[in-house]
Design a protein around this ligand. Structure first.
Ligand SMILES: [Zn+2]
Length: 169
């Protein structure tokens, strides 16, 4: 399968697809049909937008007791990440030195395998986060989630509107 086709077929949520309210410019992830702040005024004005895939850790925890399916990965780190566009995201932090994981650390999204159903079953992929080392080259095995579309990944207007936080599932 060609790389572009592979990317096109990735479900929205793996692409950090959010929704922006045309009335108040609030950004929601996961995307919403109706803005919880504007309600009726937002109907028909919610536009899809892609998050830039970068963020800052605002809270983190190391998980020692795994959720089902994550037994092989403990201990692992889960962080609350502030996206510059506004939403708060939750996600697993991978491939990062434990001393690099702290409140205020800059992270970027990577696309990784999350789990697999059964021995020859469906492999699931999803967004995870890596602490960005200043000046370091991107890891060769890491695929930035923003790579699919174009070179606009970091060009989005940085409107940090602090709407009521919406957590990813
Ligand atoms: Zn709104």
């Amino acid at each position: 399968m060609s790389v572009p086709r592979f990317w096109r077929e990735i479900p929205q949520r793996y692409n950090l697809q959010a929704a922006k309210c045309g009335a108040c410019e609030g950004v929601y992830f996961p995307p919403r049909e109706v803005c919880p702040a504007c309600r009726r005024a937002s109907i028909g004005k919610m536009a899809p937008m892609r998050l830039s895939g970068v963020g800052t850790i605002v809270e983190w925890t190391r998980v020692h007791k795994p959720a089902p399916g994550y037994e092989m990965q403990v201990p692992y780190t889960v962080a609350l990440i502030q996206a510059p566009e506004g939403p708060l995201l939750t996600g697993q932090v991978v491939d990062s030195a434990s001393e690099a994981i702290h409140v205020g650390a800059h992270v970027r999204s990577v696309f990784r395998r999350v789990g697999q159903d059964g021995e020859a079953g469906v492999i699931h992929y999803g967004t995870k986060w890596v602490v960005e080392a200043r000046g370091a080259e991107a890891r060769s095995d890491a695929v930035p989630t923003g790579k699919a579309t174009d070179g606009k990944r970091r060009k989005g207007r940085n409107k940090a509107l602090f709407q009521p936080p919406v957590r990813s599932p």
